[in-house]
Structures are given as structure tokens and as C-alpha cells.
Design a binder for this molecule. Structure first.
Ligand SMILES: [Zn+2]
Length: 131
């Protein structure tokens, strides 16, 4: 049997074509779910619960500011500066079996969501990864 065909499909970094296709599938699914998550009503409710009318004077067009649930400081919402965080992490979505836990965890109840600033979110994520 000639293995040349199969091995020619492999590279050290990306694995076989099948492995790469599998990874691409889950990358696409995660991307799709993230777009759904951005519009998820419970996420919106968590964000609204953490806001108050903007009290600063620097920006007259600014309507709201948001409180980080950990450091309790108030911030203006900017993409990648403030996040709606899962208190119990959603976990990973890297294989077929993960959807049973990842999707319900991602689209969880409002009680499992909190607004965090970037610094507190990075610290929390680092602690979770180190566990
Ligand atoms: Zn914070």
C-alpha cells in the first residue's frame, strides 16, 4: 500500500486535512455562536443592570457608564474594554461532545452574568486557566 498520498496531505503544524477541516468547523461554529451571544437578551439585561446615566462632563454625547462587578469602578462601554462575563465559565467548544455543555453554558441565565472591566476580566480568566 502506498502511503504517499496520505502523508502528502499532512504538515507538522496543521495535521491532516481531516483534522484541519474539523478545527475549521468548530472555529466557524464558535464565531457564529459569538455573534448570537452578542444579541442574547440575558446578556443585554446584564449590561443594562450594570449601568447608570453618565456623570462625567468630558463627553456630552455619552449617555451611560457601567460598573465593573469586581473593582466597582465606573467605565464608559467600549468594545474590548468592558465585557459581559460568565461567572461560571462557558467552557470550550472544540469537539462534537462539547456542544452539550458549551451552548447551555454560553446562553445561560442572567444570574450567571456580570459586567467586568478589561483588567478584572483578564485577571479572572488567568486564574481560571491556571486552575
Ligand atoms: Zn474591574
Amino acid at each position: 500500500m502506498c502511503l504517499g498520498g496520505r502523508y502528502s496531505l499532512m504538515s507538522k503544524r496543521r495535521g491532516t486535512i481531516e483534522e484541519q477541516a474539523q478545527r475549521d468547523k468548530f472555529t466557524a461554529l464558535r464565531s457564529f455562536l459569538r455573534r448570537c451571544w452578542a444579541k442574547y437578551p440575558e446578556r443585554m439585561a446584564a449590561r443594562q443592570a450594570a449601568r447608570r446615566p453618565y456623570k462625567g462632563t468630558a463627553n456630552k454625547r455619552q449617555k451611560w457608564e457601567y460598573q465593573c462587578a469586581i473593582c466597582l469602578n465606573w467605565y464608559i462601554w467600549k468594545r474590548l474594554e468592558m465585557v459581559v462575563d460568565h461567572i461560571v465559565p462557558a467552557g470550550t467548544f472544540l469537539c462534537d461532545d462539547d456542544y452539550r455543555t458549551f451552548i447551555p453554558n454560553l446562553f445561560c441565565d442572567r444570574k450567571n452574568l456580570q459586567v467586568l472591566c478589561k483588567v478584572c476580566h483578564n485577571n479572572k480568566t488567568k486564574l481560571e486557566r491556571d486552575k
